[in-house]
Design a binder for this molecule. Structure first.
Ligand code: GLY
Length: 364
């Protein structure tokens, strides 16, 4: 692997590496090293495949000319993350004749990573999956940690599995073609790490906001590496979300409900999480945990990144609450939220009164 590539190791029962830097999709040795057998399925979407799928197939072929490599391309967008498309990916693995040493290469954003990862988790009870994230959001969050899933009409990610990737290669040159809205959405998840565990990172984001928005490659690589280092440390300690990993869901209980209620295709995931983080800080302030001025500072940073910080018009608070009751983070006893007590300090709070949640939603 060449100079200029940052490497982060994720330990635990199934260790793997995250590589971050320019040109990784052309790194034949690294990509092909992950292919233990002779079958590779490159899963992508209709926006990313025309830009990068031939590169990945060519890179694999250069090192493994004998391998059988197919591609499977889905319409872009969260609406593709369905059980029906999971079936399409499984059919593609069957058509490929994929054996247990086959590898799925998930080339795209969060939708592709989750869907392809879930297919890899289920085919023959689990084959390798290499994540090749091409969006900022996927680079800093969804490609790392092994959560895979599809959505149901009732809610996001309701059917899925923990299936750690065999490796993650984040080729930062792919960000050059990322639509600006998607870049901003990824920054919401970057801000999340600062908010929950690293106050100094929030200061760094404040100081480097203009460089990040201008897509300065050094600033972006630093933001990705710092985010991945936080995520790697957390998932290494708590791979199955029995405790600390739940902190990564800061803003997501509100966010998933907003995303589902507004209809996938309204606010994207990062935008919904941005609104969700603001609502979570307000709930925290209402419950006496957080200082309203500090909560405002987080809101100002999110707004500086061009992210929404208010509920979209027309969403019914009662309907959002009903969605939250079905959220995976809810437990039999009641609503569970990641709440905030200031920069870098978050905690999971069970049994949050529904009346307090409704009050925050009604005010928003
Ligand atoms: N995106 C939250 C997690 O991976 O746990």
């Amino acid at each position: 692997m060449s100079a200029g590539i940052r490497r982060i190791d994720v330990g635990g029962a199934q260790p793997y590496r995250i590589a971050i830097g320019p040109g990784l999709l052309h790194d034949s040795a690294s990509l092909a090293e992950m292919l233990r057998g002779r079958h590779a399925l490159v899963v992508s979407d209709a926006n990313v495949a025309p830009l990068h799928a031939d590169t990945v197939v060519g890179t694999l072929r250069a090192a493994r000319p004998e391998a059988r490599i197919d591609t499977c391309v889905f319409p872009a967008g969260e609406a593709s993350k369905t059980l029906a498309n999971f079936g399409v990916a499984i059919d593609a693995l069957a058509a490929l004749g994929a054996t247990r040493d086959a590898c799925v290469y998930a080339l795209g954003g969060g939708m592709v990573g989750d869907l392809a990862g879930f297919a890899a988790a289920c085919w023959m009870r689990g084959i390798d999956c290499v994540q090749l994230p091409t969006s900022l959001l996927a680079m800093v969050d969804s490609s790392v940690g092994g959560k895979t899933a599809v959505d149901l009409p009732q809610g996001k990610n309701l059917v899925g599995a923990f299936h750690p990737p065999r490796a993650v290669f984040a080729d930062t040159t792919t960000l050059r073609t990322l639509p600006e809205r998607e870049l901003r959405a990824g920054l919401a998840e970057v801000v999340k790490y600062g908010a929950i565990v690293d106050a100094g990172f929030l200061d760094w984001l404040d100081a480097n906001a203009d460089a990040l928005l201008a897509q300065d490659t050094g600033a972006l690589a630093e933001a990705i590496a710092r985010s991945c280092a936080h995520k790697a440390a957390i998932v290494e300690r708590d791979p199955f979300e029995h405790g600390e990993r739940a902190l990564l869901n800061f803003g997501h209980t509100f966010g998933h409900a907003i995303e589902a209620e507004a209809g996938y295709g309204g606010l994207n995931h990062g935008e919904a999480v941005a609104v969700g983080m603001v609502l979570a800080t307000r709930l925290s302030a209402a419950l006496g945990m957080a200082d309203a001025d500090e909560a405002m500072r987080l809101q100002v940073l999110l707004a500086r990144f061009g992210l929404p910080v208010a509920l979209p018009d027309g969403l019914d608070p009662e309907a959002l609450l009903a969605r939250m009751r079905l959220d995976k983070k809810a437990q039999a006893g009641g609503l569970r939220f990641v709440l905030w007590s200031g920069a870098g300090r978050a905690q999971v709070v069970p049994d949050v009164p529904e009346s307090a949640v409704l009050a925050v939603l009604r005010e928003a």
